[in-house]
Design a protein around this ligand. Structure first.
Ligand code: NAD
Length: 470
C-alpha cells in the first residue's frame, strides 16, 4: 500500500473519499437541485463577475463570454435536467435463453472521487462543463483550473465554495505543481482538458493507480474548401471560427486547404470580411480578444518570424503589440511544411492557407498528420464530402460551418488518439463519470446449474446442444 499521508491534498481527498457513498446515493432530484444552483450562479449571481474576470485575464469580449463560457454550461445543465432521470434508471437488458430463469440490468454507478484539470482558453466552460457531468453521475470532485487565467479561477473558487462543501466539490488554484501533486493521488477518474503533451503526463500518472481517464486534447484542425461552395459564405464562417477567442480555441480552424482555382477569390473575400468584422484596425475592435500571456504571445510571434524566414507570404495582418499581448488576425500563404506554423498547433489568430488540386491530395495531406480534433468541410458536392468522411479520421466534423458541433449536446465531443480519449457533453459526458455496473439476478434454477461437476456424457450433450442451438 502506498502511503499518501504526506501529500498536501491527502486530507481533502480522504474527506471526499469518505463522503462518496453519501453523494453517490443521492437521487436525481437532489442532483438536479445542485445543478440548478450552479445554473443560477452562472446566469445571475456571478454573471458579471465572470465577464469582468475574463476581460481582466485576456480581454475576452462580454458577448463571447456569454456565448462560449456561460451558455454551453447552462445548456449542459438544461440537457441533464431533461435526461438525468432516465440516465439513472436501471437499464434492463435481454438475458440469453440458455440462462432462462435470470434477468439482467445495468446500473450507472458513480466512479467515486474525480479530478478535473482544465485549461485556460475557456476556463469556465471547460471546468464547469465536466463538473455538470460529474455531479449528474453522483461523484465527489476536485477541480484544478489553469494558473494562466487567475481572475477567472478566483471567481470559480468563490462559486464553488458558495455552493458546495469541500467534501463534495472543491477547487484548488495554483501552478502546475498543484496538478502534479494531485495526480499522485488514487482518484477514481481523471477528466483532463489540455494539450496532448500534458495529456501524456496525466495518463502516465493515472496508470499508477489504473485510474480511468478522459483526455480532451488538441491538435491541428484542418478546413477543406472546394470550388462548389460559396466563398464569401465560407470565409465569413471561417473568420468567425478562427478569430473567436483570438484563435485560442481547441477546435478553431488551424489551417485551410483551398482548391487552387479559388485561392485568389478566397484571399480577396478574406480581406473584405476581416475588415467588416474587426475594422481596419482590429486592435481597437471590441470584438477581438488578446493572447493570454506573454509566453504565448512570444510563441506566436516566433511562429510568424519563422514562417517569414521561410518565404511565407503575409496576405493580411501580421502586426503585434507586445505590451497588450495583441496579435493581429493574420492570413499566411506559401507556408513551408517545415515551418513552426505547420508543425505545431497554432492556438492563436494566425491562419495558414495551403492549396490543392485534387481531393486525393487533400486526403493524403490530412492523413499524414495526427488525427485532428475537428475536420471541417465546405462543399456542396455530396460525393466529395462522403469521400473525405470515409477516407480521413477526426474527433468531429462540421460540414459547411465550423465550431457548431461543440454546441449540440446530442453529439459526443472529443478527439481520437493524439487529439483525445473519451468524450464529453450530454449522455456521453455522463458516461465518462460512471461505471456501467452489470447485474444478473437468478430467480429460478437455470441450465448452468445442471452442468456442475462431476461432468459426464449427459452434461456434455447438453453443452453440445447449447453451443449448437443457443
Ligand atoms: P496545458 O496542457 O498546458 O494545461 C492544461 C492544464 O494542465 C492546466 O490546468 C495546467 O495547470 C495543467 N498542467 C500543465 N502542465 C502540467 C504538467 N506538467 N503536469 C500536470 N499538469 C499540468 O494546456 P493549455 O495551454 O491550458 O490549453 C491549451 C491546450 O488545450 C491546446 O492544446 C488545446 O487544443 C487544448 N484544449 C483542448 C480542448 C478540448 O476540449 N479537446 C479544449 C480546450 C483546450
Amino acid at each position: 500500500m502506498i502511503d499518501y499521508s504526506d501529500n498536501r491534498y491527502f486530507e481533502l481527498f480522504e474527506k471526499q473519499k469518505s463522503n462518496q457513498f453519501a453523494i453517490g446515493k443521492t437521487n436525481y432530484k437532489e442532483r438536479l437541485k445542485k445543478l440548478n444552483s450552479l445554473k443560477t450562479a452562472l446566469e445571475k449571481t456571478f454573471k458579471q463577475e465572470i465577464r469582468d474576470a475574463l476581460y481582466s485575464d485576456f480581454k475576452k469580449p462580454h458577448l463571447e463570454t456569454d456565448l462560449t463560457e456561460i451558455y454551453p454550461v447552462v445548456d449542459e445543465i438544461n440537457f441533464a435536467k431533461r435526461n438525468l432521470k432516465s440516465w439513472l434508471k436501471r437499464q434492463k437488458v435481454d438475458t440469453p435463453i440458455a440462462m432462462l430463469g435470470s434477468s439482467s440490468w445495468i446500473i450507472n454507478e458513480p466512479k467515486g472521487v474525480c479530478l478535473i484539470i482544465s485549461p485556460w482558453n475557456f476556463p469556465v466552460n471547460l471546468t464547469f462543463g465536466p463538473l455538470v457531468s460529474a455531479i449528474a453521475a453522483g461523484n465527489t470532485v476536485i477541480l484544478k483550473p489553469s494558473e494562466m487565467t487567475p481572475h477567472t479561477s478566483k471567481v470559480m473558487l468563490k462559486i464553488v465554495s458558495t455552493l458546495f462543501n469541500d467534501n463534495e466539490v472543491a477547487l484548488i488554484e495554483g501552478e502546475v505543481e498543484v496538478s502534479q501533486e494531485l495526480l499522485k493521488l488514487p482518484f477514481n477518474h481523471i477528466f483532463f482538458t489540455g494539450s496532448p503533451q500534458v495529456g501524456k503526463i496525466v495518463m502516465k500518472a493515472a496508470s499508477q493507480h489504473l485510474t480511468s481517464v478522459t483526455l480532451e486534447l488538441g491538435g491541428k484542425s484542418p478546413v477543406i474548401i472546394d470550388d462548389t461552395y460559396n466563398i464569401d459564405n465560407a470565409v465569413k464562417k471561417i473568420i468567425f471560427g478562427k478569430f473567436l477567442n483570438a484563435g485560442q480555441t481547441c477546435i478553431a480552424p488551424d489551417y485551410v486547404l483551398v482548391n487552387e482555382s479559388i485561392k485568389e477569390a478566397f484571399n480577396t473575400s478574406f480581406k473584405k470580411h476581416l475588415t467588416e468584422f474587426y475594422s481596419e484596425n482590429p486592435s481597437e475592435s471590441k470584438s477581438f480578444g488578446r493572447i493570454v500571456n506573454q509566453k504565448h504571445f512570444n510563441r506566436l510571434k516566433g511562429y510568424l518570424e519563422d514562417a517569414k524566414s521561410r518565404n511565407a507570404t503575409i496576405a493580411c495582418g501580421g502586426a503585434s503589440e507586445e505590451k497588450d499581448n495583441y496579435i493581429e488576425p493574420t492570413l499566411v500563404f506559401d507556408v513551408s511544411e517545415e515551418s513552426e506554423l505547420m508543425q505545431n498547433e497554432i492556438f492563436g489568430p494566425i491562419l495558414p492557407v495551403k492549396t490543392y488540386t485534387s481531393s486525393q491530395q487533400v486526403i493524403d495531406y490530412v492523413n499524414s498528420k495526427e488525427k485532428p480534433l475537428a475536420l471541417y468541410i465546405f462543399s456542396k458536392n455530396r460525393k466529395r464530402v462522403t469521400e473525405i468522411l470515409n477516407d480521413t479520421r477526426a474527433g468531429s466534423t462540421c460540414i459547411n460551418h465550423n465550431l457548431l458541433q461543440f454546441l449540440n449536446h446530442n453529439l459526443p465531443f472529443g478527439g481520437s488518439n493524439n487529439s483525445g480519449i473519451g468524450k464529453s457533453h450530454g449522455y456521453f459526458g455522463f458516461l465518462e463519470f460512471v461505471n456501467q455496473r452489470s447485474v444478473l439476478k437468478q430467480h429460478t434454477m437455470g441450465a448452468v446449474d445442471l452442468l456442475m461437476p462431476p461432468y459426464n456424457n449427459f452434461k456434455q450433450k447438453i453443452v453440445d446442444l447449447t453451443i449448437k442451438w443457443f
